[in-house]
Design a protein. Structure first.
Lengths: 216, 244
């Protein structure tokens, strides 16, 4: 019985050893091949391969003083494209609802504009310039990148049931809370001609807003 | 449950693998490069990476690149300094400088223009696509508010550059579209009008720098009305375009 078992073991040995040595040979061959040809991928680096974040999208809210119609809340969205560290282009859309004129408050029942005409909707295309970039410090260990910027541009204000060609200009202060999230405080003047009260007049509408925007 | 867990773990591993593969590394070849705290020349230099060190490129904003240094510091490096680093092949990192040549290839263009349409201030936004260096198709949206009405034009046109390789490149244009005329509310309310319009004109494109151009245009519109006479309008406008 024992001799039969030994016989089986030896036969297995005879058949397996050449197979194992063969496999050992192939692995050596691959190792040698690898030594000669390491096939490490070396990548060329182009500037375009680095993920770019030049688009900023955000929202803002605040107060706008619609001339003759009181101070009202304002909310809007903006998208900006940063061309360089100094210059950016932006598109803004801001919406508000005009309140009552002092004439309407003094004369109950008098309505100069209906509800639809009180909707104040402005869109503008602006060019902006970053000035005075720097850092602001909060406590001892925290620094934020900041900057003062000015914007100016043209667009359209829909108010009193009509569209008005409008120019706007503003100045703001931006604080980057993180690399991609910015907080801004801004003052902006929307200027357009309007004839709601019969004669054409230049309307100045100052707005104070705070906003948040992310870079993508 | 276990399968879902394994799936999530597998996906996480894949994601890690992907980021590791996407990681761009370059080696400093100048004696040193300066790392700023923010993406702008006004931000102070807080760290310096010496020659031979490998830095990771994280992202870029305008002309600045966010990097991670071998010591784990994260800051911003100007692109001209990036140009003085070597990639894994040992070659200098290639900067993608945009030039006037970009305008001879197929490209898209966004332009904003301001002008006068029959003594009314008009604002135009256009989106264009250049098929060849000579031909470009554009979609225009023009708004012009007069004392009497709000006018909105939506038109499609084609511009042909006669000498596209000149820095100041003249072109002719032709197109058609629709005009919406909405009278002012202070007037007795007649109905809004919507008419077809065709236009022809010419202009110049002046190459400024990088991917920016100045555009000045004259165009003559014929508004095809139902009445006996067609309206004719003239518009001058100028603005800036950006290639993308």
């Amino acid at each position: 019985m024992a001799s039969r078992i030994w016989c089986v073991v030896l036969m297995a040995g005879v058949t397996l050893v050449p197979a194992m040595s063969a496999s050992a040979e192939t692995s050596t061959a691959t190792a040698e091949g690898a030594l000669l040809d390491p096939r490490i991928e070396r990548r060329r680096v182009h500037e375009a391969m680095i993920d770019s974040e030049n688009l900023e999208i955000g929202a803002f809210a605040g107060l706008v003083s619609i001339e003759d119609f009181g101070v009202n809340t304002l909310a809007g969205v903006r998208a900006a494209f940063h061309v360089s560290e100094d210059v950016f282009f932006e598109a803004t859309l801001a919406s508000s609802e005009a309140g009552e004129t002092s004439f309407e408050r003094l004369n109950p029942g008098v309505r100069l504009l209906d509800d639809d005409q009180r909707e104040w909707l402005a869109w503008h295309l602006d060019v902006g310039c970053q000035l005075l970039p720097g850092e602001a410090f909060l406590g001892k260990h925290r620094a934020f990148n900041t900057g003062l910027y000015v914007v100016a541009g043209a667009g359209n204000v829909e108010f009193g049931g009509d569209d008005h060609f409008s120019v706007n200009m503003g100045i703001g202060y931006r604080v980057l809370l993180t690399d991609w999230l910015g907080f801004r405080v801004e003052m902006r003047d929307y200027i357009y001609e309007i004839d709601t009260f019969g004669e054409e007049q230049v309307s100045q509408n100052l707005a104070w807003t705070v906003g948040l925007g992310g870079f993508f | 449950m276990i399968i879902r867990g394994m799936l999530i773990a597998g996906l996480c591993l894949l994601a890690i693998g992907a980021t590791a593969a996407d990681l761009l590394r370059v080696q400093v070849s100048d004696p040193f490069i300066e790392v700023h705290t923010g993406p702008g020349r006004g931000y102070p230099v807080f760290h310096v990476v010496e020659q031979g060190a490998w830095i990771e490129l994280l992202k870029r904003r305008t002309q600045w690149i966010k990097v991670r240094t071998p010591r784990g510091r994260v800051g911003w490096v100007y692109r001209t300094q990036l140009a003085r680093t070597l990639d894994e092949t040992g070659g200098y990192v290639a900067l993608d400088d945009l030039g006037q040549e970009e305008f001879f290839r197929r490209h898209g263009e966004v332009a904003v223009m301001l002008g006068e349409l029959d003594d009314i201030t008009a604002m135009t936004v256009s989106l264009g696509f250049a098929f060849t260096e000579n031909l470009q198709a554009d979609l225009y949206w023009t708004e012009a508010q007069s004392d009497l009405a709000s006018n909105r034009f939506l038109s499609l046109g084609i511009q042909h550059h006669l000498f596209p390789r000149w820095r100041i490149s003249p072109y002719v244009l032709l197109g058609a579209g629709r005009v919406e005329i909405e009278p002012r509310t202070v007037l007795v309310r007649p109905d809004n009008r919507s008419e077809r319009a065709v236009h022809a004109g010419g202009g110049v494109r002046v190459y400024l720098t990088r991917n920016f151009v100045f555009r000045g245009e004259y165009r003559s519109y014929v508004v095809l009305t139902d009445s006996n006479n067609n309206d004719e309008l003239e518009e001058w406008r100028a603005g800036f375009g950006v290639l993308f």
